[in-house]
Design a protein around this ligand. Structure first.
Ligand SMILES: [Zn+2]
Ligand SMILES: [Zn+2]
Length: 387
């Protein structure tokens, strides 16, 4: 028993630095049955399990289709074959390739590293083997947008890297690390935006931990509306670094206030679904004139007839931009007015961007939105045990 406990502790303490290799499932959302590979600079070697590798010069195109439990392929220069799996290995360190799926709504991706293609029920399993640092700029651009100051992107790079390392085991049972869909982390492929690429390099290896060296739940959102939400109120899971902070930095943004009208019938049916008799919910309303944005901070819960309704429930039910809301009855509707965009937990992107524009460094931006956390190298960090 004691030995088991020591083994478990040892496993949990294993440094994560050696895990900088990462496998990402490409086109995870649309799962195409045919893809087209185009070799870019550097060239590639195609291995199909036969004796010799096929050399692919830059510009060579390979069409790959699932055929029963195998994959078949054909090059534009006339070579074809069938295999249990195909591996495209880069012939040089800076080799790049493109991959697209005909008729697929997902755009073509520019990728680096290695590509492996296997048959999958009804489709292909397309896996890209790369490193965390090489895929990070693409992830950061997908999450943080294209434009902003360097320290904004440095903060986002640390947050995204923390997320990737914390969730490395998400698809362990599927045989890869992460997928390229919103389920894990949207990965559009290699990007060349100089400010973003440099922000990732300047923070290489840096992640966020709590005081026990555990990688944090690095939540972020678009705009907090002037006050971030505590994770305990939104997800019923409290973390000491995901507490509500007053944010004076994001009110400049157009997303900071909004309003939405809901029909009385829709609202009443929501109340009934929560066990509340329509007409008794007066205490839920702000008392301000309809359409006035909320004042005086977020309200996490409203209690009517002994029933608790969270603001997050209302946000999800009526597809609201945020849960920082005030409600007021109008003639035959309820006017919901709000501040901010997104769940409100953790880093506020509009605020972080504005702080960076005002010359705040990325470590201070992170300290503001994740109080009490530590920026450290990945080799000093641990992944929290799975719940
Ligand atoms: Zn996933
Ligand atoms: Zn904010």
């Amino acid at each position: 028993m004691r030995r088991l406990a020591i083994t478990i502790i040892f496993l949990l303490l294993l440094p994560l630095a050696g895990r900088s290799q990462i496998s990402i499932r490409i086109f995870a959302r649309t799962r195409p049955a045919t893809i087209i590979f185009t070799a870019g600079q550097g060239g590639f070697l195609l291995r199909d399990g036969a004796a010799a590798d096929l050399r692919l010069i830059p510009g060579e195109v390979v069409i790959i289709t699932r055929y029963d439990k195998r994959v078949i392929y054909r090059t534009l220069s006339g070579t074809f074959g069938a295999a249990d799996s195909l591996t495209f290995s880069p012939a040089s360190a800076d080799a790049l390739f493109r991959v697209r799926a005909p008729g697929n709504p997902e755009p073509e991706k520019l990728l680096n590293g290695m590509l492996r293609v296997k048959p999958f029920p009804g489709s292909l399993l397309v896996l890209n083997y790369t490193t965390v640092e090489e895929c990070l700029p693409g992830v950061v651009r997908a999450e943080a947008g294209k434009f902003g100051p360097s320290h904004y992107f440095r903060a986002q790079a640390v947050v995204a890297r923390t997320y990737i390392y914390r969730n490395m085991e998400r698809h362990a049972l599927d045989g890869y690390n992460l997928c390229d869909d919103i389920h894990c982390q949207v990965y559009p492929g290699v990007v060349t935006d100089t400010v973003i690429v440099n922000a990732c390099r300047l923070t290489a290896g840096k992640v966020l931990t709590d005081r026990d060296s555990l990688l944090i739940e690095a939540a972020f959102h678009g705009n907090c509306g002037g006050e971030t939400a505590s994770s305990a109120d939104v997800w019923l899971a409290g973390y000491p670094y995901l507490v509500s902070v007053k944010d004076p930095w994001c009110s400049y943004s157009a997303s900071s206030t909004w309003r939405k009208s809901i029909s009385r019938a829709e609202w009443n049916s929501f109340l009934v679904s929560k066990g509340i008799t329509p007409g008794t919910e007066g205490s839920m309303y702000s008392g301000r004139s309809p359409g006035q944005p909320p004042e005086g901070g977020r309200i996490a819960n409203r209690i009517v007839q002994g029933k608790t309704i969270t603001s997050e429930e209302i946000r999800l039910r009526f597809d609201l931009r945020s849960s920082y809301i005030a409600m007021a009855p109008a003639a035959d509707s309820i006017i919901i007015s709000g501040r901010g965009y997104g769940h409100g937990v953790g880093l506020c992107q509009d605020g972080a961007k504005h702080m960076a524009e005002k010359k705040t460094s990325y470590d201070r931006i992170i300290g503001f939105y994740y109080p009490g956390t530590i920026i450290t190298d990945i080799k000093n960090a641990r992944r929290p045990p799975r719940p």
